[in-house]
Design a protein around this ligand. Structure first.
Ligand code: FAD
Length: 264
C-alpha cells in the first residue's frame, strides 16, 4: 500500500475544502470496504485520504417536511437496516439488511456503495428504481441529481474530484403502494448476479421495473412483461450481450417481483 496523508475534517464543507486543497490524488474514505481493498491491490493509490468518519452531519436517517426520506451518505447498512421506517421505505431497510456479511454491513455506507458504483451493488438498483435524488456537495454548494445524472452511462459516477455525495433523498412513503426488490447471488455474501426492483405507484400509476447488476448501470425497463424486460435489457447499450443464464435470471426475477408487487 502506498503511503498517504490521513485527514479528519469535522464538517462536510471542510471535507470538500480538503479535497480541493490536495487535488485529484486525494480521495474520500467512508467505511473503507471497497477503497481499502483497492488500495491493498494498488488499483487505488491516493496520496491523501479525507475521512468522513467524524462528519456527523453526513450520517443518519430523517423524514423531510416533504415526506422524503433523507439518508445521510455515511449511514451504514447496519444503521439503515435498523431504522424505524414505514410504508415502502421498509424495503430500503430490508435491502440494507440483506447484503454482504455483518462486518461489511457494520462498516459499509450507502454513499460509499453509490460513489464506488459497483454495477452489482444493490443500492444502485434501489436508487434508480425508486427515482431517488442524490445531493452532491461541492465548492459552490449543493446540486441535486437524478440517478441518471449521477451515474455515468458506461459505469462510475459524474462526481468531480472535489465533490462528495452528502445525502440520498428517497420519495415519500406514499409515493409507491409497494416496492419489491429481489436478487440472485451465488453465496449469501456475494454481490448480485442480477437484481430486479418493481415499484408500484398509487392509482393507475403502474409498476416500474428496474434491472440491476447485468449492465454497468441499472436499466429502467419500458416493457411490462418478464420476457420483454429480459429482451430489452439484452439490447441495452453499455455492455457485452447478456449470456443465457443472465437472461433467465432477469426473466425469473422480474416474474417473481411482479407477482409479489401485484399481490398474486
Ligand atoms: C466482502 C464484500 C461483500 C460485498 N457484498 C455486497 C453485496 O452483496 N451487495 C452490495 O450491494 N454490495 C456489496 N459489497 C460492496 C459494499 O456495498 C461496498 O464495499 C460498501 O458499501 C462501500 O462503502 P464504504 O463506506 O465502505 O466506501 P469506501 O470503501 O470508503 O469508499 C468507496 C469509494 O467511494 C468513495 N466515497 C465514499 N463515500 C463517498 C462520499 N460520501 N462522497 C464521495 N465519494 C465517496 C471513496 O472515495 C471510494 O472511491 C461488498 C463488499 C465486500 C468487501
Amino acid at each position: 500500500m502506498k503511503a498517504f496523508t490521513y485527514l479528519t475534517p469535522g464538517s462536510a464543507e471542510e471535507a470538500v475544502g480538503l479535497l480541493g486543497q490536495h487535488g485529484p490524488q486525494a480521495q474520500v474514505i467512508a467505511g473503507g470496504q471497497s477503497l481499502l481493498l483497492a488500495m491493498k491491490t494498488r488499483t487505488a493509490r491516493p496520496s491523501a485520504l479525507v475521512s468522513l468518519a467524524g462528519v456527523d452531519d453526513l450520517a443518519g436517517v430523517r423524514l423531510a417536511a416533504s415526506g422524503e426520506l433523507v439518508v445521510g451518505a455515511t449511514t451504514t447498512y447496519a444503521a439503515l437496516s435498523r431504522a424505524p421506517l414505514t410504508g415502502w421505505h421498509t424495503e430500503i431497510a430490508a435491502v440494507a439488511g440483506n447484503l454482504a456479511d455483518r462486518p461489511v454491513r457494520t462498516m459499509g455506507t450507502i454513499g460509499g456503495a453509490l460513489c464506488d458504483a459497483g454495477p452489482r451493488y444493490d443500492m444502485l438498483t434501489l436508487v434508480t428504481g425508486t427515482g431517488a435524488r442524490l445531493e452532491v456537495l461541492g465548492p459552490s454548494g449543493v446540486r441535486t441529481l437524478s440517478p441518471g445524472e449521477f451515474f455515468a452511462p458506461g459505469g462510475g459516477t459524474t462526481l468531480a474530484a472535489d465533490e462528495i455525495l452528502a445525502a440520498i433523498r428517497f420519495p415519500a412513503a406514499d409515493a409507491f403502494t409497494r416496492v419489491v426488490f429481489a436478487k440472485f447471488r451465488q453465496r449469501t455474501f456475494d454481490a448480485a448476479l442480477a437484481s430486479v426492483l418493481c415499484a408500484a405507484r398509487p392509482g393507475n400509476g403502474g409498476v416500474q421495473i428496474t434491472v440491476g447488476a447485468v449492465r454497468p448501470v441499472p436499466v429502467v425497463a419500458t416493457a411490462a412483461d418478464p420476457e420483454a424486460v429480459a429482451a430489452e435489457v439484452l439490447d441495452a447499450a453499455g455492455g457485452p450481450p447478456l449470456v443465457q443464464y443472465q437472461r433467465e435470471l432477469v426473466r425469473t426475477l422480474t416474474a417473481q417481483t411482479l407477482s409479489t408487487v401485484n399481490g398474486s
